[in-house]
Design a protein around this ligand. Structure first.
Ligand SMILES: Nc1ncnc2c1ncn2[C@@H]1O[C@H](COP(=O)(O)OP(=O)(O)O)[C@@H](O)[C@H]1O
Ligand SMILES: Cc1ncc(COP(=O)(O)O)c(N)n1
Length: 281
């Protein structure tokens, strides 16, 4: 059996639902060997973020170097990067390593409202990291910040995805619709055509780490050599089932269920629809 490996460069969530913890659990469930470079430690639970402790730049660089010079990575993803200098450092390491299967999840704010990315880091994100990404996975508010557009419809989401790819140089964009009313439909744009990934909306407060889990699943599938479309489709099924089969942990926004995809009929039971859009930009 070929062993595939993925590296996550992200923040630690002590509560186990988001960040590095969500990423490693997702890699494992999708049969990919996970490694990590921790950018910041958060004291966090389902009720909120109670402290953020940034890792010194040298420590982040050494973790990435240690992983890439020995274990290796077939794909990588970024999550919470916190500060502009961290973004610059990470972009530099990725470029030097020639890692092309890079998923950038532009994490900005935790579900409870705590800021996980300094405002001063937004330019670095746009200018240094997005051009290196095979795919960027913003939620609606993140896509608004990145593009400066107000997004209130599926058409707006498509426009934002085009800006991220055509003007900012990302390989592809998946603008996620979890914050949009109605069915949680995500828009994928790969520079040529649009695809819509849609699923049923589950009314639950246990959505902590949905973005991390989704982007980690995309990363794991890219590590195995799947196409972006295949990777996004699997990731959507993975997150939909992880939300549907909630664990009920904690008194606030609880984690999703990383076991659900393998325990509950992963490929057949999610109800996820993947549809190619006939309109082009
Ligand atoms: N209540 C929900 N029911 C079903 N799917 C959801 C729900 N909330 C979010 N999703 C899906 O979870 C994934 C993560 O989306 P989103 O919540 O927008 O990201 P983030 O965690 O970055 O804010 C997307 O595929 C989105 O469509
Ligand atoms: C360390 C860390 N990284 C990322 C998130 C965002 O989580 P979400 O996926 O819910 O937006 C978080 N709450 N904590």
């Amino acid at each position: 059996m070929t062993l595939y490996k993925a590296l996550t460069i992200a923040g630690s969530d002590s509560g186990g639902g988001a960040g590095i913890q969500a990423d490693l659990k997702t890699f494992q469930m999708l049969d990919v060997f996970g490694t990590s470079a921790v950018t910041a430690v958060t004291a966090q639970n389902t009720l909120g973020v109670h402290g953020i402790y940034d890792i010194p730049l040298e420590g982040i660089e050494r973790q990435i170097h240690a992983v890439l010079t020995d274990v290796g990575a077939d794909a990588a993803k970024t999550g919470m990067l916190s500060q502009p200098q961290v973004i610059e450092l990470v972009a530099d390491c990725i470029a030097k390593a020639g890692l092309t299967r890079l998923v950038v999840d532009p994490v900005m704010v935790a579900k409870g409202g705590a800021s996980l990315l300094a405002e001063s880091a937004r330019d670095a994100l746009r200018e240094k990291l997005l051009p290196l990404a095979a795919v960027v996975t913003p939620n609606l508010p993140e896509a608004e910040v990145i593009t400066g557009l107000k997004l209130s419809s599926l058409d707006d989401m498509k426009k934002a995805a085009v800006v991220i790819v055509k003007e900012m140089g990302a390989g592809a964009a998946i603008v996620k619709g979890g914050h949009y009313e109605g069915a949680p439909t995500d828009v994928l744009y790969d520079g040529e055509s649009f695809h819509l990934l849609s699923a049923e909306r589950y009314e639950t407060r246990h959505t902590h780490g949905t973005g991390c889990t989704f982007s980690a699943a995309v990363c794991a599938e890219l590590a195995k050599g799947r196409t972006l479309l295949e990777a996004a489709h699997t990731a959507k099924k993975f997150i939909t089932l992880a939300i549907r089969y909630e664990l009920g942990i904690g008194g606030g926004h609880g984690p999703t269920n990383h076991w659900a995809y393998t325990r509950h009929g992963g490929d057949t039971d999610s109800g996820v629809q993947l549809q190619k859009e006939l309109t082009t930009p």
